[in-house]
Design a protein. Structure first.
Length: 393
């Protein structure tokens, strides 16, 4: 009887075990099915909602960062005035900190530009330059730093002033907002400081002008400012002005009118550079520059200057011939130069006609007459020119 009871109990236990197992299996299968359906629904939802949530999150992050930057900027700008009576070492550390945090420290650095210590003001200028240059390289807005540096251009210290010029050159602002401040400020101080500092100003203006030219923007303001510095008493500055005019490709009547007189400059380097740039710019504007060169050739009392003008005319004529265009506008003044009172000018004119390989009958006739010139050098140049013209045929 006892054995029978145990057997019945064992059977019942097994039955509940299997019932429980079956139920659990069914429920587990149902749960897995529901879980898979939930995951599929979640994945579909994520495809639709996640990008939107990500965009909203990015917007919130940007707003937060902007607010944080404004908060830092305002706080630091309030701290800066409290350091007026602090030791120089403390203020130097503060400027270092402002440079390290970047753009949020700009307003405080502007205040530090008023510090009684020249070294602190210069250090603040350096920090502004670093912040502006780093922002430019990172593709961020750097108008605030560039505009702040124009404030330092008014500093009484030559060292701080020159540092501001150099930092502006490195920052190289190009936005309309910053240029509205920077270009007029540089033009205003273009005659201030040592020749080296004035040369730095020309570099800064030229760099800005070149960047504008590459972007197809107007450079007339910078061109006119450079031209005004053509009368600087420094040979280095005058030469640099000509270089920068070339770099911004300012091929205009105003530029030609400034460069042609430079062919008579007291400095050989200025004359040579002016000739090179007139040739470079004049090749694409032959119709514009040739009448101006002809006028200068006729009216300039300096034989050396007339010789430079002949060089420019010859180079422009050679470019016209290579392009298959008429060289008549150049040949005519060169034939006039072939009868110049100075033998060097006549020889130079013969050389240029030969270099051009002109096919003008008038040129060959004039060169033939030059074979009887009183100068041996002119006769030799005319003979060589005729050989070149004949060989080109």
């Amino acid at each position: 009887m006892l054995i029978q009871k145990r057997l019945i109990q064992t059977v019942k236990t097994k039955r509940w075990f299997w019932i429980t197992t079956v139920v659990a299996t069914v429920l587990l299968g149902f749960g897995i099915s529901q879980l898979l359906q939930f995951q599929e629904a979640t994945a579909e939802s994520e495809k639709e909602v996640l990008p939107q949530l990500t965009a909203e999150l990015d917007t919130l992050k940007a707003e937060y960062n902007a607010q944080q930057a404004r908060w830092q900027s305002n706080l630091l700008a309030q701290v800066a005035p409290t350091l007026t009576d602090e030791p120089t070492a403390v203020k130097r550390q503060f400027v270092d900190f402002l440079e390290e945090i970047g753009s949020p420290g700009t307003d405080a650095l502007v205040f530090m530009l008023q510090d009684p210590s020249r070294s602190i003001r210069r250090k603040a200028v350096e920090a502004l330059g670093e912040i502006g240059e780093d922002a430019r390289k990172a593709g961020k807005n750097y108008d605030t730093a560039a505009i702040a540096l124009t404030t330092a251009l008014k500093d009484d210290s030559p060292e701080v002033f020159r540092e501001a010029v150099q930092e502006l050159d490195d920052v190289a602002p190009t936005s309309a907002k910053s240029l509205a401040f920077v270009v007029p400020a540089l033009i205003e101080v273009r005659r201030r400081g040592s020749s080296n500092t004035r040369d730095d100003i020309i570099d800064a203006l030229g760099r800005i002008g070149e960047a504008l030219a590459k972007n197809g923007q107007e450079t007339d303001t910078i061109r006119d400012a450079l031209i005004l510095s053509m009368d600087d008493d420094s040979t280095k500055v005058r030469t640099n002005v000509i270089v920068e005019l070339s770099d911004i490709r300012a091929a205009s009547p105003e530029t030609f009118a400034a460069l042609i007189p430079a062919l008579s400059d007291d400095a050989k380097s200025v004359r040579a550079r002016a000739e090179d740039v007139l040739i470079k710019l004049g090749k694409s504007r032959a119709a514009s520059i040739t009448p101006m060169l002809v006028d200068a050739l006729t009216n300039n009392p300096s034989a050396a200057t007339r010789g430079h003008i002949v060089d420019v005319l010859g180079a422009i004529g050679e470019a016209l011939v290579k392009k298959g265009e008429s060289d008549a506008m150049v040949v005519k003044p060169l034939l006039v130069a072939l009868t110049d009172t100075d033998s060097d000018v006549r020889r130079n004119a013969a050389d240029e006609l030969g270099e051009m390989r002109t096919q003008s009958p008038d040129a060959v006739t004039a060169l033939t007459h030059a074979l009887e010139d009183s100068s041996k050098n002119v006769r030799s140049a005319a003979q060589k020119a005729i050989r070149r013209i004949e060989a080109a045929k």
